[in-house]
Design a protein around this ligand. Structure first.
Ligand code: NAD
Length: 509
């Protein structure tokens, strides 16, 4: 069963219908691959059909994109910024309806769906400013009548492969920066969120068309591993930005490295919150709730491990169990809902498997632990008391499951925080300066995101986002992340008539 006529009116506002083409190839909508259904995670009913792009569509799109790259890089950076400004305006005009689509197709609650689109708008604003600040340095030369400087040039084409849980914000982190840096963008969204990929691409495409620029500057494909592999192997793509699981990320990295391409990896997380004995407990409990059950535990930054100081252990746990019991689970588009469904049937099955592994490894379920009997993929937010040595604690179970553990000293808590393969986000709750500075210093958290008195999730775009170890080492969005999307030219210019050599080397006369 599909959508009602009334529901299709909402999709029509963003250019979608019951049947959609999932390839934006050389400025035209074209797709000759398999026909798939986009499914509502709350009911497992079809929303609309999408024809995915085939490898032939990919090849056609890339030929045009490669041509468009020559034109785009010759446009001055602030003028490219103006195009990105217009993309931001186009997204602003459709913020609510696009946010609703994110909520409908991915399953996150509406405020988070709207927040995700807002994040791309913020990235557009940021990138517009950046388009006038792609500055290089002037470096003192050791030789007379010589000057050294750095010039930043576009890479050419940036490939962006994204995951289902942030079906468009991650595109924004990459595309806004890549475009102002002078690169064309090739995007493959997640295979289970094709309507979002198409809707966002349509808005981008309209801006390029309105400005008489080739549509191929932004090329996009709906599809799965086959298109992902084509991007990884494609020597025309200088940088592949991959967001997804550590397992697939590792495979993609190996392929890209083999052809001497660059890779930017944003992979799995296994994030922890430490609550010290002096913490503001009310603040901590609110933060843990948002971090552990927000987006139904399907953020890369979701808090999966909670370390409580032994003196406040029971107090925090009692409060948490109390609030977990009150969390409203349901349709993500309804106002009171705090937790929507998991994204797919497979995620729900994975949750069930995870719970049985937890039990078999001695985990004690304090609240939750079951799937909810319904047509959708709803599960109960779960808290588990478990030993830090259990192997399940080292893995990322992509759902609302929180492992709770006790500690005596800060050193012990930091060691537990750092004892997993992943290294994305981490947070401590304390007011003590010595604990805060130890936490953010060389003997503290080994993660890319190191927070104090805030949740592990909900990063602002101004900072560089990403993680260490099995999270892949990439940094996206703000700070100096833009440098990864450009080629640094180190230039030494001799404006004299002598040829002094570096290090004072004398070579002939
Ligand atoms: P996934 O690894 O299954 O898929 C990610 C993307 O890779 C999808 O577009 C998929 O189609 C594509 N893909 C699959 N096989 C491929 C292959 N062989 N070659 C090239 N591409 C291929 O991940 P998912 O289930 O969509 O997303 C959840 C994971 O993503 C979690 O581990 C989560 O932590 C991670 N994630 C990380 C960040 C971050 O910033 N660190 C952000 C969001 C999600």
């Amino acid at each position: 069963m599909g959508f009602s006529k009334k529901e299709y009116e909402f999709l029509a506002e963003i250019g979608l219908g019951p049947d959609n083409l999932g390839g934006y190839v050389n400025g035209e909508w074209k797709a000759t691959g398999s026909v798939i259904s986009s499914v509502n995670p709350s009911s497992n009913q079809m929303i609309a059909k999408v024809t995915e792009a085939s490898v032939q569509d990919y090849e056609e799109g890339m030929l045009a994109c490669n041509e468009a790259a020559k034109k785009w890089k010759s446009i001055p950076a602030p003028k490219r910024g103006e195009i990105v400004r217009q993309i931001g305006e186009a997204l602003r005009a459709k913020l609510d309806v696009l946010g609703r689509l994110v909520s409908l197709e991915m399953g996150k609650i509406l405020p988070e769906g709207i927040g995700e689109v807002q994040e791309i708008i913020d990235m557009c604003d940021y990138a517009v400013g950046l388009s006038r600040q792609l500055n290089g340095s002037i470096i003192p030369s050791e030789r007379p009548d010589h000057m050294m400087l750095e010039a930043w040039n576009p890479l050419g084409i940036v490939g962006v492969i994204t995951a289902f849980n942030f079906p468009c914000a991650v595109l924004g982190w990459n595309a806004c920066i890549a475009l102002v840096c002078g690169n064309c963008v090739v995007w493959k969204g997640a295979p289970t969120t094709p309507l979002i990929t198409i809707a966002v691409t349509k808005l981008m495409a309209e801006v390029f068309e309105k400005n008489n620029l080739p549509g191929a500057i932004f090329t996009s494909f709906c599809g799965g591993a086959e298109i992902g592999q084509a991007i990884a192997k494609d020597t025309r793509i200088a940088l592949v930005s991959f967001t997804g699981s550590s397992k697939v990320g590792m495979m993609v990295q190996q392929i890209v490295i083999e052809r001497f391409g660059k890779c930017l990896l944003e992979l799995s997380g296994n994030n922890a919150i430490i609550v010290m004995d002096d913490a503001d407990i009310k603040l901590a409990v609110r933060s843990i709730l948002f971090a552990a059950v927000g987006t139904a535990g399907q953020r890369c930054t979701t808090c999966r491990r909670l370390f409580l100081h032994e003196s406040i252990y029971q107090k925090v746990l009692d409060q948490l169990v109390g609030v977990y019991k009150q969390v409203k689970i349901g349709d993500p588009l309804e106002k009171e809902t705090l937790v929507g469904p998991l994204h797919t049937r497979a995620s729900r099955e994975n949750f069930e498997k995870g719970i049985s592994s937890i039990k078999s490894q001695g985990g004690k379920i304090l609240v939750g632990g079951s799937v909810i009997d319904s047509d959708g993929n709803f599960v109960q937010p779960t808290i588990v008391e478990i030993s830090p040595d259990a192997s399940v604690v080292k893995e990322e179970l992509f759902g609302p499951v929180l492992y709770v553990m006790k500690f005596k000293t800060l050193e012990e808590a930091i060691e537990m925080n750092n004892s997993v393969p992943q290294g994305l986000s981490s947070s401590i709750f304390t007011r003590r300066p010595e604990a805060i500075f130890k936490w953010i210093g060389p003997h503290g958290s080994d993660c890319g995101i190191v927070n104090v008195n805030i949740p592990t999730n909900g990063a602002e775009i101004g900072g560089a986002f990403g993680g260490e170890k099995a999270t892949g080492g990439g940094r996206e969005a703000g700070s100096d992340s833009w440098k990864q999307y450009m080629r640094r030219s180190t230039c030494t210019i001799n404006y004299g008539s002598e040829l002094p050599l570096a290090q004072g080397i004398s070579f002939g006369s």
